[in-house]
Design a protein around this ligand. Structure first.
Ligand SMILES: Nc1ncnc2c1ncn2[C@@H]1O[C@H](COP(=O)(O)OP(=O)(O)O)[C@@H](O)[C@H]1O
Ligand SMILES: [Mg+2]
Length: 272
């Protein structure tokens, strides 16, 4: 579990994170959602330590990351896998070499063991046949899968993905979401995804943190969202007339299912 306690971050006199407290649950797909510029990337960079916070605490399984020295931080960092926006593959390396990279940097074991691990990860993301190809020779969805293979090659405890669906068509996006969700459950990873993709929210949001102007505005699950009365969240999620109608239909279906009382009570989410 990753816990954020009142984290703040400013650039000059512009405050981006204004005291955010939230929990990223173990073995779950945790989403950070919010409109462009709401501070999702800054928050993720702070959580993984690519950026320092001005104040507040970040706890990894009860260990205070913010109070650690560089050596201790390195131990945590080696348990983190990251899928960067736009995949960030090395163009001059093959798919296989890209996935091998973290193992060469931080891995232990023989070359043969490392090669086996790379093959295992490529197989897992169904890219065995593309091992010898270069990034320029494969599709956007395949590049993401290489990025995912690279992110999991060191068996991370925590997985961070910044906008994993940017630039992908809706069907490929769903496949990527499904893959990330499967890996999360399979290896019991604490996964954190930044997204503004509503398909992701509806399909894989076990636990969702909605950011609005540097603060946590709402927190809950994708099932809670359908019944949420938070106006800002509703305006963000159900932005079009079509989606507002779809929400009403979904509510009606849930009423018919008979578990509406339960859902209504949950609909408020957990307010900050
Ligand atoms: N290194 C930086 N220096 C100054 N301002 C930054 C920096 N990184 C991000 N920002 C600002 O922080 C705000 C939030 O950015 P970001 O976290 O990228 O938003 P999101 O990922 O939600 O779209 C933006 O206004 C952005 O301009
Ligand atoms: Mg961003």
């Amino acid at each position: 579990m990753i816990e954020l306690q009142d984290i703040r971050k400013s650039f000059g006199d512009k405050e981006i994170l204004k005291g955010v407290s939230a929990v990223m649950e173990s073995g779950k797909v945790n989403l950070i959602i919010g409109s462009s510029g709401s501070g999702k990337t800054v928050m993720m960079k702070c959580i993984v330590g690519l950026m320092g916070v001005d104040s507040g605490k970040i706890l990894y399984d009860n260990q205070d990351f913010t109070a650690m020295d560089e050596k201790e931080k390195k131990v945590i960092r080696q348990q983190i896998g990251m899928l960067f926006q736009g995949s960030a593959l090395f163009d001059s390396m093959t798919v296989e070499q890209n996935v091998m990279f973290p193992l060469e940097m931080f891995g232990t074991g023989t070359l043969k063991e490392k090669k086996n691990r790379v093959a295992e990860c490529l197989e897992r993301v169904q890219l065995k046949d593309a091992a010898k190809k270069f990034p320029a020779e494969i599709s956007g969805g395949m590049k993401k899968r290489v990025g995912i293979a690279r992110a999991i090659v060191l068996n991370p405890k925590y997985l961070f993905c910044d906008e994993p669906n940017s630039g992908l068509d809706p069907q490929t996006s769903l496949l990527i979401d499904k893959l990330i969700t499967e890996l999360t459950k399979e290896y019991n990873i604490t996964t954190v995804i930044n997204t503004h993709d509503m398909n992701t929210v509806m399909e894989s949001g076990d636990h969702i943190v909605y950011m609005y102007q540097g603060l946590k505005q709402w927190e809950g699950s994708n099932k809670d969202i359908v019944f949420s009365k938070d106006q800002r969240l509703n305006d963000f999620i159900f932005a079009s007339e079509f989606l507002r109608e779809a929400k009403e239909i979904r509510q009606l279906e849930m009423f018919k299912d008979g578990n509406w009382r339960n859902q209504l009570n949950k609909g408020e989410g957990k307010q900050p």
